[in-house]
Design a protein around this ligand. Sequence first.
Ligand SMILES: [Fe+2]
Length: 511
Amino acid sequence: MSEPSTTRRQVLLAGTAALGAVAVSGWGTASASPVRDPFTLGVASGDPWPDGVVLWTRLAPDPLAPDGLGGMPRRVVPVEWQIAADERFRHVVRAGVEFARPESAHSVHAEVSGLRPGAEYFYRFRVGNQLSPVGRTKTAPRPGARLDRFAFAFASCQNYPEGFYTAHRHLADEDLDLVAFLGDYIYEGSAQGSIGRGHSPAAETFTLADYRVRLAQYKSDADLRAAHAAFPWAVVFDDHEVENNWAGDHSQPDTEPDQDPVVFRQRRAQAFQAYYEHMPLRRAQRPSGPDIRIHRRLTFGDLADFHLLDTRQYRDVQVAGDARLDPSRTILGAPQKEWLLRNLAGRTARWNVLAQQVFFSQRDFTAGDADSFSDDAWDDYYVERNLVRDHLARASNPVVITGDVHASYVADVKADFEDPASATVATELVGTSITSGGDGTDQNSGDAVQLRENPHIKFINRKRGYVRNVLTRDSWTADFRIVDYVSRPGAPITDRARFVIEAGRAGAQQA
Ligand SMILES: [Fe+2]
């Protein structure tokens, strides 16, 4: 494999610099202005389809303003956008105007269509004479069209007070078609940490204003903005976008007013609204009160189908012990489960990717004959997990990608997790956190127990980073890219391990 290219970022930087000096496509020159920069949160694109993407920005000259309005006046502001075939915008192919509204925190979601499949584009926004940074994006190849290579990274868990986003800086330098973010984009708590990145607001988030400020604070990080500007993202949330370990209409057990499900649904509605406002999501993902449709599918030629799941909104509450075996328990909810099983049966792409949040494979934490499992993972929804596994087994080259646990794992998904000799029917790749957990370590003492008790688990590492994946017709190569520290900036990125899945043979082999 070639070394990651810095070409993309150099192009972006050159494009941005050029805006300062060169007259461009009728938008004049970017000049110094007495007005404060409204584009402090950067730009993003997401959910690439063959004919287009969604372009995102939010106007916020004062992103941490406690009222959550980002320093914007309470009026509608027109925002122009352009998308071009070249980074200097000599060949603008689509342009339009969106209206940034105070009730949406002046966020902009421009769904662009009419683009060419599998093509690279550059985009930017303008308000008055203020130009945004330039973003780069890429449409998906047509479903079914022959595609020989697809490169994407997945990442999760970027607790702001626990580290610098060095991994995002390196992610922005990769050469990728997509970034999948698998949840914990923000954390809801009040933590201040010890590295000068204390949470704003300095209390747990409950209101719409709180969640807006928190999301804006995370987006104020230049490394995160660079990773968004470099590639289209496909995002799903996990628990911390609302509250730790929430399940359906239920808060985690605590002493807060949201123990009442009516109150919790109000909190969830505020969290979802702010989440949507800050993510490059299409209108179909716009929340309606406490409900949001986040599960969806993205297809890349004949090579990959991404089934993006929601393992929070429809799940039953967590239970202890053998109650997890109750066959009526669900983590997906019936409609999403039917949707997923139907999709798995009907898809023809070479690789079927379950892009989701929590650990899918069995994971026994207790040495010896006794066992114990996470009550927040698929193990707590035992029968439904095994049902999904059995359908995965019949799909073409199934790979589950996972976040949540702040560690890298590779696991064989077994036809029977109790029988190591049973067939391997799918592969699970678990990505570590961007920062959550701080600097991290290679392995801890509990990992030796996990590896012994779960022979289908082949790799564990607890350093921070992300997973870079290159899919071809014959193989899936996963590089577990890590940084040695996040407690200060500047760590280089290194490959901790490479695993390869051969098409037609489930299970990853260390290369
Ligand atoms: Fe997390």
